[in-house]
Design a protein around this ligand. Structure first.
Ligand code: HEC
Ligand code: HEC
Length: 144
């Protein structure tokens, strides 16, 4: 009697352990954390998003926290999905502007010369060149 009971408990514990392990293993795929992407493609891969964010960092010479807010519950941690940092919204406008310049204008250029190099697209770095705000002074005309 007692023996069977013990066996039952062990069995239930085993099932629970297996179930827990499989939930832990599949949950990141089955329930992806809701992303807060308003301009980048919603299905962008984790790697591409990572590379893009690193690129912004270098093009503007800033840290992630220049655009991203801290977590409201734990200020030691960043909260990448939060929109509390207004620079994030400026950046969304910048992404849309850059895309539009390429889609509407650069991509419609047919090189008037025999130059066969591929079209050079506009990037953040075309303007920013390692500055959060493009350095206009550096390209001022002599007479102003
Ligand atoms: C120049 C500003 C800027 C910098 C620097 C930047 N980000 Fe972002 N990041 C954004 C914007 C804007 C979005 C939202 C894009 C959208 O709405 O489609 C975003 C979105 C993200 C997301 C998706 C969050 C979610 O789940 O909604 C992650 C993760 C992220 N950034 C990580 C990083 C990391 C890590 C760094 C530093 C290596 C970094 N970012 C640097 C502007 C920036
Ligand atoms: C055609 C030029 C141009 C391109 C391309 C461009 N930017 Fe900008 N960006 C500017 C200018 C000019 C400002 C300054 C506006 C102002 O006076 O606040 C600015 C401001 C910003 C700011 C705010 C900086 C601050 O401290 O206020 C961020 C962030 C930014 N850009 C990110 C980006 C990112 C990321 C990209 C690429 C997706 C990009 N920009 C592409 C011209 C450009």
């Amino acid at each position: 009697m007692f023996k069977t009971h013990k066996y039952k408990i062990a069995f239930v514990a085993l099932i629970a352990a297996v179930t827990f392990a499989s939930i832990a293993a599949i949950s990141p795929k089955e329930q992806p954390r809701q992303r807060n992407l308003k301009v980048l493609p919603k299905d962008i891969s984790h790697d591409s998003l990572d590379h893009l964010m690193d690129y912004y960092k270098v093009a503007l010479n800033v840290k992630c926290g220049y655009c991203h807010a801290r977590s409201a519950s734990n200020p030691k941690k960043p909260d990448m999905a939060s929109d509390a940092n207004p620079i994030k919204e400026v950046t969304r406008k910048m992404i849309l502007m850059t895309n539009e310049m390429n889609d509407k204008y650069i991509n419609s250029i047919s090189h008037p010369t025999s130059d066969a190099t591929p079209l050079q697209l506009v990037t953040c770095n075309t303007c920013h060149r390692g500055k959060a705000k493009p350095d206009v002074a550096a390209i001022k005309m002599h007479d102003d």
